[in-house]
Ligand binder design. Structure first.
Ligand SMILES: C[S@@+](CC[C@H](N)C(=O)[O-])C[C@H]1O[C@@H](n2cnc3c(N)ncnc32)[C@H](O)[C@@H]1O
Length: 244
């Protein structure tokens, strides 16, 4: 991690909340356009990777849900889903998620605005947990807490699938990808969003994060069966699994 990231404590939940509150208005468009549509594809793949359960009607959590970008995929791919509780720390993202709720079966979705690591989600309350692009803003200690939480809230037999933008180490086009993430996106943001530097933070978080392997190990240490996944040459990575 860069010394300036330590000095600024970019992992302080209040700092993260401020970044996403400021990003929220343009988040959907920016993430779609600047990833050339890949974020949408990866959300769909993350939901499709969720292992099957034996339950007929299922309920679960979308952690770090943002404006609910994963819900249309979840409700379409898994019609048996009866209830989704979305958790997100950002009031801006929450507001936009609520607008979206009215268009996407609001009766199935509840939203909790909270720091997920401080939330008291009940033990063994979920058949599934999903999370799309919500891991990178946690440091390793926070990821360990998150892994313990996922393990605690899943029912025995419960399943999970999570995905995060990652550093595709070893890929031929990695320098180009890094250039896009760390140079082009911040420049677009400065030009088109009045000099803002919030989306630029996403590149910094992604580079620091690496990939989901470390998080997969934390989940396994908490007794979960885990499988590491790579998407598009490792530009995104995921972890899927089950609680026995
Ligand atoms: C990159 S966005 C991902 C949003 C959405 N899931 C998606 O697919 O685009 C990361 C989200 O994580 C949320 N977040 C970050 N730290 C959090 C925390 N400690 N508790 C709850 N939400 C958090 C942010 O507010 C933000 O909405």
């Amino acid at each position: 991690m860069a010394p300036k990231d330590v000095a600024q404590n970019i992992y302080d939940p209040d700092f993260v909340k401020d970044v996403f509150d400021r990003c929220s208005e343009k988040y959907i468009a920016f993430s779609y356009v600047c990833s050339f549509g890949f974020t949408e594809r990866w959300r769909r793949q993350c939901v499709a990777a969720l292992p099957r359960t034996s339950s007929e009607a299922t309920r679960g959590y979308d952690l770090m849900a943002g404006t609910g970008e994963a819900w249309p995929h979840l409700l379409r791919i898994r019609p048996e889903v009866e209830e989704v509780t979305a958790v997100d720390i950002s009031s801006g993202m929450h507001r936009r998620a609520m607008d979206r709720l009215h268009r996407h079966r609001a009766n199935k979705i509840a939203f909790i605005e909270d720091d997920v690591l401080k939330s008291d989600l009940p033990a063994e309350s979920a058949d599934f947990v999903i999370s799309t692009f919500g891991l990178k803003t946690f440091n390793d200690t926070q990821l360990q807490k998150l892994a313990a939480l996922v393990s605690r809230v899943l029912k025995p037999g419960g399943v999970f699938s999570m995905i995060e933008a990652s550093d595709p180490k070893g890929w031929t086009f990695r320098p180009l990808y890094q250039f896009h993430l760390l140079r082009v996106l911040p420049m677009i943001e400065r030009l088109f969003l009045n000099g803002a530097q919030d989306f630029a933070m996403i590149g910094r978080y992604t580079t620091n994060f690496g990939d989901t392997r470390r998080f997969a190990e934390h989940l396994a240490r908490n007794g979960l069966q885990t499988e590491y996944r790579r998407y598009f040459f490792g530009c995104a990575t995921g972890v899927v699994g089950r609680k026995q």
